[in-house]
Design a protein. Structure first.
Ligand code: FAD
Length: 623
């Protein structure tokens, strides 16, 4: 039969992790299969139609820097773009885009269908082919066997998925899609640590039944930020407003009265939900003193009337959902198009993974996305890209690669998951990164694209654009370093009003830029200005590296110190219970996590600097 059944990399699941994984492997030139339940749902946003936000857009930019799909798809689908924290420093600045979910899916699908080396196949994966303890392929629901050198599982919330609305529950992977039951059972037979998590989504509303005139409009930025380094504003579709309404005392009374039929509060749901994205019933209980919560009314797209009421995720019974929605200002006649629900699903303890996202218990098997205990499209996409890349590297017989914590949020994400595990859905925040000033969203390409190019992830087009930008930054920095402003000249007069004290000796443009209150645009044109002004991505890099030079150098020193610990490997057979002086708690945590390096050990919660010193002493004694 002339039908391809042998691949280098097989990716199971076409969500955010799976699509990035499949694209990454195929970009690297290996023969890749993306096997998913339904081709129509490739790149589907299960919940909120938005990409980015604080911490998350950092991941999106890193995916982009490694030539992934998410940022470009967002530029093609974003119907409202905003820069968050725009008045704060560049380290915590973030980009968020409300997306048209139909355009988003279409953009992802177009990339998948046009990717060389990538085959798509629609069917459920029911089992793994295991040979000599290694994953060597998959078996579909109709018994088709696809053989692969590596397999990447990205099955999201589908493994053993159980959907709850009030006291009713039924099997499902998300509303409208079947759960993955057969595969879940097979995986439970393997020696992985599996547990249950929970997430939820709000009911959707028909915009024609909503009175926007009594709500506060929330427009996007006038000058829309761009998500991809290769993107531009011309890609952005029509931009529209979101709106804000609020819950009130009556809403809260309705919720409290329905609590006896809440699956969360009556003990039906066992899985732990996302701390930072709680359901509305959770908020009423946890913040009992608050008499109102903000609800963002977000359009789901340009060609649909459906709205996403962000902030009222719920699994209360439908009659309670309807009443609580209608109790809010502007929603008095709201028509619900889809009920809200919660879903419980299986996830794997990420401490059973290597840094490449290959499982420790089975060679050739990689896990990425929500099945590793994370939540969010961005976290899933970033892991997918990494797992797809490492699966391809393994298929090529090459060494795995994962960025370190000081190189990428992706490194922070993987290191956090592997060293600490997670008992609740993990989402990214800038506060999780200790080297925030270096891991900015504006420099993800400078941090990662070259490495991506080395492993074969980067297209010619992106590589050329990156090299051009890097050279332009260098040239512009040199120009500003060697262009001098002399006191009592027209150029000096032009800049003096911006300075606390007028210049009294020669200053280079770069030194002027260091002075407080002076921006790149104030000085760049004063001397030897290029005929065409440099691109804003270039001027931004010049400005940030000058303004924050002191902090950046200090952080680079910290990184150097940490790297020394990073290079101190902890033997795999180390028996932590036998190390004198460590508390029982620390012994137990180290024994469980088995960190690869001293630095990884130091990041485990409860492992104190004193414990790290004891470990170091112990290692020296062993040597
Ligand atoms: P998914 O996007 O779930 O994709 C999994 C893919 O695998 C699907 O295409 C599926 O069809 C396919 N698949 C599964 N099993 C098989 C199989 N056996 N064979 C073939 N294909 C298979 N995130 C937030 O950040 N905030 C939220 O508030 C939030 N709420 C959510 C609410 C709900 C109800 C759900 C379902 C998700 C929510 N999420 C939320 C999570 C967000 O949707 C996920 O983090 C993200 O989609 C995970 O991406 P993924 O690729 O890991 O999995």
């Amino acid at each position: 039969m002339d039908f391809p059944t042998r691949f280098d990399v097989i990716v199971v699941g076409g969500g955010h992790a799976g699509t990035e994984a499949a694209l990454a492997a195929a970009r690297m030139g290996v023969k890749t299969l993306l096997l998913t339940h339904n081709i129509e749902t490739l790149g589907q946003m299960s919940c909120n139609p938005a990409i980015g936000g604080i911490g998350k857009s950092h991941l999106v930019k890193e995916i982009d820097a490694l030539d992934g799909a998410m940022a470009l798809a967002t530029d093609k689908a974003g119907i409202q773009f905003r820069t968050l924290n725009s008045r704060k420093g560049p380290a915590v600045r973030a980009t968020r885009a409300q997306a048209d979910r139909i355009l988003y899916k279409a953009a992802v699908r177009e990339m998948l269908e046009n990717q060389e080396n990538l085959w798509l196949f629609q069917q459920s994966c029911e089992d793994l082919i295991v040979e000599d303890g290694a994953a060597r392929g998959v078996i579909t629901q109709s018994g088709i066997q696809f053989r692969g050198k590596t397999v990447v599982l990205t099955t999201g919330t589908f493994l053993g998925g159980l959907i709850h609305v009030g006291m009713q529950n039924y099997s499902g992977g998300r509303a409208g899609d079947p759960a993955s039951i057969g595969l879940a059972q097979k995986l439970r037979e393997l020696p992985f640590r599996i547990d249950r998590l929970k997430t939820g989504t709000p009911p959707r509303i028909d915009a024609r039944s909503v009175d926007f005139s009594v709500m506060q409009a929330q427009p996007g930025d006038d000058i829309t930020p761009v998500m991809s380094y290769l993107g531009h504003r011309g890609l952005h579709p029509q931009q529209i407003n979101c709106f804000i309404t609020h819950t009130n005392e009556r809403t809260h009374d309705i919720i409290r009265a329905g609590m006896d039929r809440s699956p969360m509060y009556s003990g039906v749901i066992e899985g732990i939900g996302p701390r930072y994205c709680p359901s509305i019933e959770d908020k009423i209980v946890r913040f009992a003193d608050k008499d109102s919560h903000q609800v963002f009314i977000e359009p789901e797209g340009l060609t649909t009337h459906e709205l996403y009421p962000n902030g009222v995720s719920t699994s209360l019974p439908f009659d309670v959902q309807l009443e609580l929605i209608r109790s809010m200002k502007g929603m008095e006649n709201a028509h619900i198009t889809r009920p809200g629900y919660a879903i419980e699903y299986d996830y794997f303890n990420p401490q059973d993974l290597k840094y490449s996202l290959e499982t420790k218990h089975m060679e050739g098997l990689f896990f990425a996305g929500q099945i590793n205990g994370t939540t969010g499209y961005e976290e899933a996409g970033a892991q997918g890209l990494l797992a797809g890349m490492n699966a391809a590297l393994q298929a090529q017989g090459k060494e795995a690669w994962t960025p370190r914590r000081d190189e990428a949020y992706l490194g922070v994400l993987v290191d956090d998951l592997i060293t600490m595990g997670t008992k609740e859905p993990y989402r990214m925040f800038t506060s999780r990164a200790e080297y925030r000033l270096i891991l900015r969203e504006d420099n993800a390409d400078m941090r990662l694209t070259e490495k991506g190019h080395e492993v074969g992830l980067i297209s010619e087009e992106r590589w050329a654009a990156f090299c051009k930008k890097r050279e332009a930054i260098e040239l512009e920095t040199q120009r500003m370093k060697s262009s001098w402003i002399v006191p009592n000249t027209p150029e000096a007069e032009a800049i003096n009003p911006k300075l606390e004290t007028p210049i009294s000796h020669e200053y280079s443009l770069l030194d002027l830029l260091k002075r407080p209150g002076v921006e790149y645009a104030d000085v760049a044109h004063l001397k030897n200005a290029p005929e065409t002004p440099v691109d804003e991505q270039v001027s931004e890099q010049v400005q940030i590296s000058v303004k924050y030079a002191g902090y950046i150098t200090r952080q680079a020193d910290d990184i150097e110190r940490m790297r020394r610990q990073e290079n101190t490997a902890l033997p795999e057979d180390l028996d932590y219970t036998k190390i004198d002086g460590l508390s029982n708690e620390v012994k137990q945590k180290l024994q469980e996590a088995r960190p690869a390096t001293l630095a990884a050990a130091s990041r485990i919660q409860g492992v104190t600097p004193a414990a790290v010193s004891l470990l170091l002493v112990h290692l020296k004694k062993r040597a």
